[in-house]
Design a binder for this molecule. Sequence first.
Ligand SMILES: [Zn+2]
Length: 342
Amino acid sequence: MEQIVQQIEAYKQEIAAFQPKNAEELEQYRIRFLGTKGLVKSLFGEMKNVPNEQKKEFGQVLNAFKVLAESRYEAFQQLKDEAAGATGQLDLTLPGEPHRLGTRHPISLVRNKAIRIFERLGFTIAEGPEIENDWHNFTALNLAENHPARDMQDTFYVHNNPDWLLRTHTSSVQVRAMEEGKLPIRIICPGRVYRNETISARAHCFFHQIEGLYIAENVSFADLKQTLYYFVQEFFGENFKVRFRPSFFPFTEPSAEMDISCLICGGEGCNVCKHTGWVEILGCGMVHPQVLENCGIDSGKYTGFAFGMGIERLTMLKYQIKDLRLFSENDARFLKQFQGTV
Ligand SMILES: [Zn+2]
């Protein structure tokens, strides 16, 4: 190996002394060092003959050599280009600057897909303000002041007493729709929500939800299950299992969480499903009669169901993305991967 390293040193000196007089000399340099049969390539080929314990060191020497050879070439290439530019030659045969088309954000892709599925079931879109008051975000939904469930939805307060805050869920839009009182109600509420959370791979201080609400006479838990079965099948395809787990939310009774068998490991167990084989995708339940009454709806006559899910969660599962922060970093290398997706 020492012999090769010495040889590389000699090449480095040659590169340092290199001063091309014209374009041909620069091209000869490129062929000698960087061409497909050039020295850089052939030296990398020597790697297999180096003993294992020296591979790391040799690799570093090689990489440094490669960077040097390339940067020297690029520097002269640039000088050459500038010289050509300075002579004022206008080459009309050069291709034009391509128009770069943007791509849809994966969150938008998934939100639109979910909306299209629910629209087929007759749901319409409802929207509401992101700055909400305490009543619409908490109290009307059975989250009384000092209710422990409020701790899980700590948010950013714009104003205290009376409280104005950044909404923690889009359920506030449901409250507004119920207060309007035009029954039956069959809406989905997609939108941005906020929580006072430490930013990590799995949590952010803002994210997106899509919630649904259906209120009419004789709406039952069977309707809820069938609606959600239909949604997940349309959304994820058919090769997975679904289960409902009993849960608690102050605004629904009974309440459940819906899991699907892990799409990554097929239910065998992996990091994404924390080795359970199941991934939670949404919360749901029958609207609590007290919530209906709070919003002026006769709970003796009407029943309804509600559900809510995080769009980031759906997107991460669908595209197997492991870090939530990627969605808001505006990294073009990440976003352009969704170019061909409609
Ligand atoms: Zn898994």
